[in-house]
Design a protein around this ligand. Sequence first.
Ligand SMILES: Cc1cc2nc3c(=O)[nH]c(=O)nc-3n(C[C@H](O)[C@H](O)[C@H](O)COP(=O)(O)OP(=O)(O)OC[C@H]3O[C@@H](n4cnc5c(N)ncnc54)[C@H](O)[C@@H]3O)c2cc1C
Length: 666
Amino acid sequence: MHNATLSEQLFGQAGASSASAEAYLVDRRELSFFLWEQCRLEESFLGHEPFASTDRQRVEALLDKAQAFAAKLAAAYRPSDLEGAHRADDGSVVVPKAFFGLWDEFRRDWGWVRRLGEQSSTQGTAGEGIPPLVVQAITEMFMGANPAFMTYGGFTAFAMRLIEQHGTDAQRATFLDKLANDTWDACYCATETQAGSDLTAIATQAEPLGGDVYALTGHKRYITAGMHPLTENTVGVVIARVKDPVQRAFSLSCFLVPWRWPEADGSLSANHVECDHVEDKMGFSGCANTHLVFGRSGTTRGYLLGNRPDVALPQLITLMRSARISTAQFGVAMASSAYLHSVRHATTRIQGRRFTENADAGAVKVPIVEHFDVQRMLLDMRSKVEGCRGMIGKLVAHLTHVERLIAASSAHGNDSSVRCATLAELDRHRKMVLLYTPVIKAYVSDEAWRIATTAIQVHGGVGYLRNGPVEQYARDIKVLSIWEGTNYMQAQDLLRDKLNYGRQSTLLRYFEEDIDAFMTQRGRWPALSAEFDVLQSAIDALRLALDRVRELSAAGEFMVISQFCTRFLEIFAEVVLGWVQLEIATVAADRLAALPEGDAQRPFYSGKLKSARFYLHDTLGAVAFKADTLRRSSQTFIGVTADEFGPVPRRETAVARGAKAPASMA
Ligand SMILES: Cc1cc2nc3c(=O)[nH]c(=O)nc-3n(C[C@H](O)[C@H](O)[C@H](O)COP(=O)(O)OP(=O)(O)OC[C@H]3O[C@@H](n4cnc5c(N)ncnc54)[C@H](O)[C@@H]3O)c2cc1C
C-alpha cells in the first residue's frame, strides 16, 4: 500500500503548519470535526442567544486568525525555552524578549479568550457571542504553540471573577478595569516551602492597618508569572493568616496585593514585594516561577478580599476550578502537537522491512508507520488526544449551555414556569462542570505526559535530542500533574466531595442519566454493537467499583478508600473517554455510510473508526480489571510502614549531584 494513503487512512491529514510554526502542529480538520460534527455546535448553540450573532463563517474566520497568531507564538517556543526567565541583579525579572511583542498582540486581539468558564464575561469584547466551545479550540492552539507565554496573565480572568463575586465595591473599583484591559495582570500565591498540598501550614501573616488594609509578611514559592515586566502592575491573590494570638488551623484569608500600590492620585508606589529568585526548573522555562517575599524591605500592603477574614477557601473555589480546567487544556494542547509530530515523523522515517519480510534482504524498506507497533503507539496517542479533547469538550459544552440558559431566562422575564425549568437545567449543567473538573485536570495531565513520552519513543533517538519539540513538550507537560492541586488531590476531591463516596450524589445521578441516555441509542448502530458492549461492561465495572467504595465508607474504612482514589479517578475518566470515543465512532460510521466509495473524505472517518475501536478494545477493557482490584480491596489494600520501604539513605551517604560516587556505590 502506498504509504501516504496508509497514513491518511489511519490518521487523517496531519499537521497543516506554516514554516514559521514548525514547533507547533495543528490539525484544523480535526478541530472542525470536534466543533461541527462531534459537539454539533451549529445545531446545539449557534442561532440561540447569546450566540445568535455568530455563524459558522465567523467561527472559521476566527479560527484562521487564531492559527495565524499561534504560528507567531510557535516561532518563539524553542527560543523562549533556551532564553528562559531569570532574576536580574537589580531584583527585576527578565522574560524572553519575544514575549513583549506577542503580549501586545495578545492583549489587543485575544485578551477575551481568557474568559473561558467565566459566564457572559466576553460581553462588550471582540469575543461577544462566541461560544465557550470555540474558545476551547482557540485556547488549545495558543497553549500548544507556546505554553510558557500563555502563563502570563493566566490568572487575570479568574482573579476578576473572584473580585466580582467577593470583593467590596471599592476593591472592584480599584482592580477590575485595570485587569479587564490587561494593563494589570494577576497571579495566585498560595504555596510556601512548608505548605504545598497542605495549605493549613501557610505561615504568611497579615496584620491589620485599618479598614480592609493589612500588612503582609512571609514568602511564597513557585508563583507562576509572579513577577515580570509585561504589565504595569501585577496583583497577587495571596493566601495568608490574619495575625491572631490564637492559632486556628483553617483561618486562611484571601488578600489582593498589588505589587505597586495604587495611591489616591492614581500614581503607583512601591509595595515592597521582592523576587528572591526565579526557580530553575524542568520545563516552562520562559515562565517566571518566582519565589516572592513580602514585607522584608518595607511594608507590603494588601486588601482583605471582601473585608472578610478566614473564608479564603470557599472564596477561592471558582478560581481553583477555572485553573484546573485550564491545566487540562494545556495538557491536550501540547499532547496533540506531540502526536502530530509523531505522525509526521513516522510517515517519513524509513527503517527496516515489514515483520514478515525481515529475513528477505531484497524486500523493500518501509516508513516506520508501516510497523504495527508504531501504529499501536500512534493509535494510543491519537485516541487519547481526541478523547481528552472530547472530555474537556463535555465540560465546556455544559458551560456553553449555562450561558445559553442564562440568556434564555433573562429573555423570558418573569414567566415563573419557564424560570423554574431553566433553573433546574442550569443546576444540572453547573453540577456536571463540578463533576468533570477534577477528572479532566488529573486524567488529561497524566495522559498528556504519557503521550509526550510515547512521542519521544516514536521519534527514536531524535526524540531525545534537545533540538526537536517533543522533548520540550515532555518537559513542559510534567508539571501539569503537580500544580493546581496534585492529581491525588483531584482524585480525593472526585470521590469524597463530588461523588460523596457513592452515597446519594446528585452529580452521580446526572452523570448516569447522561451516559445511559447515550447507551439506549445503541440500536441505531448495529455495526458498533461490540463497541457498545465494551463500554457497557466498563460502565457496569464503574458501578461495581462505586458500590465497593460505598460499602467501605459505610464501614468507616476510609484509609482503604484513600489507597484507591487515584485508581478510581482513572476508571471514571476511562469510562468517559470510552463514551467520547464511541460518540466519535457513531459520527464516523454515519458519515462513511453516506460517502461514496473512493471519496477523499473517507480515510478521515475510517481512521476515526479505527482509532475508536482501538481505544475501546485495547484500553477500556482494562477498566473491569482495575475495578476488580477495588472490589477485592480486602486483599489488595496495602498499608506499608516507612521502614518496610527499606533503610532511608542518610544525607551524608547520598551522592551529591556531580560528585564522584564512593567506591562502594559505584
Ligand atoms: C512550575 C510550578 C508552578 C507552580 N505555580 C504555582 C502558583 O502559581 N501558585 C501557587 O500557589 N503554587 C504554585 N505551584 C505550587 C504547586 O501548587 C505545588 O507544588 C503543589 O500544590 C504540590 O505541593 P508540593 O510541591 O509541596 O508537594 P507536596 O504537597 O509535598 O506533595 C508531594 C507528594 O505527596 C502527595 N501528598 C501530599 N499530601 C498528601 C496527602 N494528604 N495524601 C496523599 N498524598 C499526599 C502529593 O500528591 C505528591 O504526590 C507551582 C508549582 C510548580 C512546580
